[in-house]
Write a protein of this length. Structure first.
Length: 184
């Protein structure tokens, strides 16, 4: 089974805002699974899950889908093949049931975390990281900090530069632009 974390990430400040989105985070930062599943909208995730159920039940032989410009998936009853459209990473296979579980985890994340709760969680994460930066540093080169909310099992990944630590939490939160989708 491929290990991943479920949560939210906040990108670097671009002078206007910091994009906040939900996703699945794998140890391999160039994961085809992340680059293909994370861009899927809530409604597209529902449609994919429906089609994968048809594949698993044998109603259709295969289903081709993709969420981002980089990754394309071909799902068959037993195995889903992830291919890299740019050929930077070799094709990868996972059992189709495992892919279904990943998509269900992302669907549940979107459904169970309203914007206000995400806002509060990101604020808490920023404060915790700001107060003890070394404990939460995940990738020094990428300026990536990771905070795991122990009560929910959700991870928050923040890209923070040195000057970000001088911001008050309210200033930081005012820069957020939510890309978190809500069910329609």
């Amino acid at each position: 089974m491929l290990e991943y974390e479920v949560g939210f990430s906040v990108n670097r400040f671009d002078g206007k805002n910091r994009g906040c989105g939900s996703g699945l985070y794998f140890k391999d930062t160039k994961s085809l699974w992340a680059s293909g599943i994370n861009p899927c909208s809530y409604n597209y995730t529902l449609a994919i899950l429906e089609q994968l159920e048809n594949v698993i039940l044998g109603k259709i032989l295969e289903f081709e889908w993709g969420g981002g410009e980089r990754t394309w998936f071909i799902s068959k009853k037993e195995v889903t093949l992830a291919t890299d459209n740019f050929a930077w990473v070799e094709a990868q296979e996972l059992p189709t049931l495992e892919v279904v579980h990943m998509l269900q985890a992302r669907k549940q994340l979107i459904e169970m975390w309203p914007r206000e709760a995400v806002f509060a969680l990101v604020g808490t994460s920023f404060e915790m990281i700001k107060n003890d930066t070394n404990s939460f540093l995940e990738n020094e080169e990428g300026l990536l900090y990771s905070y795991g909310a122990s009560d929910s099992g959700i991870v928050v990944k923040l890209v923070l530069q040195k000057e970000d630590f001088e911001l008050a939490t309210s200033e930081y939160l005012n820069q957020l632009s939510f890309k978190v989708e809500m069910p329609v």
